[in-house]
Design a protein around this ligand. Structure first.
Ligand SMILES: *Cc1c(COP(=O)(O)O)cnc(C)c1O
Length: 370
């Protein structure tokens, strides 16, 4: 009676809000405005409130949110930016696109975010910024990071692309650095129906530069103050995002309950480690990631039973061909081990307890047999 289980199933969640989505779509059609109109403005205000900040600036995707934030903060060629040794590649790409050099710092076991105790040894007279990533939905230790950044006058940019709805000591991610970059790629905790992103910040001047940068460096049509980009958020995506935002906290809560049930079902299986819950973090469970020495065999075993798992991420950025010819250090043992051992299990807000039991039972069978 094994049923196939996808890695993620978005159909149920979308069906639940179908009528709301269609009326949002019709509202945009009827408005006659498709770029930079009322929907974007309203979404920006609503998302800023959700994150507890003054400004949200809608942009085209998460990579642009990070890249434009660095450029708006004045990061330029010759500068160095500290990034985690393991993250989705876009964190590193944003630094490269700003012209600066990414410098990998190892991550801390458990949070999988940049290890605050290792930051200072990587700071040189060229270091200008640091990008903590709230990987998998687990907040980085922001107080420790801010203390070091303040002492060295570094710009702190949160990469919150996987952490919509996560809290750090009760405060929402997106409000913990000088700015934060979000992605609304469809499978993220808050997903659009295509590519979309946003930057959040309390800094008025930075927000103004970002609004100009995303729109050809212009605040007044055909007058250009800086060398800008076309990196805007579409009205239609903003209209959809306003609806999904209303369901975000409920869905994050469903993710937390599913994760708690996984951890309950998986306790006592000695060959795997389940995700850590550190008391200062309210984990948003974008991904439920276990660790196993026999990760590849386990993933194959699940696949044979028609259960899809994924690896986030099989190679650390400094060992990808994209960065192979650079001088990026790959002396990041925790990140390296994590790339060898991480396995993400099926998770979406509406995943059923029966599905979680089925996956967990297969993992127990695999570990017993071998
Ligand atoms: C998804 C993601 C990004 C990039 O977002 P896009 O919208 O896909 O460009 C950046 N950082 C992390 C950690 C991500 O997971």
């Amino acid at each position: 009676m094994n049923n196939s289980i996808p890695f993620i199933d978005m159909k149920v969640g979308i069906a639940e809000i179908r009528t709301e989505l269609i009326s949002a779509f019709e509202r945009v059609l009827d408005s006659g405005t498709l770029i930079q109109g009322q929907e974007v403005e309203s979404f920006e205000a609503e998302f800023a409130t959700a994150c507890g900040v003054k400004h949200a600036i809608g942009v085209s995707n998460g990579l642009d949110a990070l890249t434009l934030s660095l450029i708006a903060a004045g990061i330029q060629p010759g500068d160095e930016v500290l990034v985690p040794g393991q993250t989705f590649i876009a964190t590193w790409l944003a630094v490269s696109h700003s012209g600066a050099t990414p410098v990998g710092v190892d991550v801390a076991p458990g949070t999988w975010a940049i290890d605050p105790t290792l930051i200072e040894r990587h700071i040189t007279n060229r270091t200008r910024a640091i990008i903590p990533v709230h990987l998998f939905g687990h907040a980085a230790d922001m107080d420790a990071i801010r203390r070091i950044a303040d002492a060295h006058d570094l710009f702190v940019l949160e990469d919150a692309a996987q952490a919509h709805g996560a809290l750090y000591k009760g405060r929402p991610v997106g409000s913990l650095g000088h700015a934060a970059g979000f992605s609304f790629y469809p499978t993220k905790n808050l997903g659009a129906f295509g590519d979309a992103g946003a930057v959040t910040t309390d800094d008025d001047a930075l927000a103004a530069r970002l609004r100009s940068l995303r729109n050809y460096g212009s605040t007044r049509k055909y007058y250009h103050d800086q060398i800008g980009y076309n990196a805007r958020l579409d009205e239609i995506q903003a209209a959809f995002l306003r609806i999904r935002l209303r369901h975000l906290l409920k869905e994050v809560d469903q993710r937390r309950k599913a994760a708690a049930f996984y951890s309950e079902c998986l306790t006592g299986i000695s060959d795997i480690e389940t995700p850590l819950e550190i008391d200062w973090c309210s984990h948003a469970y974008h991904l439920y990631v276990i660790q196993s020495d026999r990760r590849d065999a386990l993933s194959q075993f699940l696949l044979q039973a028609d259960v899809k798992s994924l690896i986030h991420y099989p190679a650390i950025p400094s060992r990808t061909p994209a960065y192979a010819s650079t001088s990026a250090s790959d002396d990041v043992p925790v990140a390296t081990r994590m790339a060898e051992r991480s396995l993400s299990l099926p998770l979406w807000p509406e995943i059923s307890r029966a599905q979680i039991e089925q996956v967990s039972q297969l993992i127990a069978n695999f570990c017993r047999k071998s």
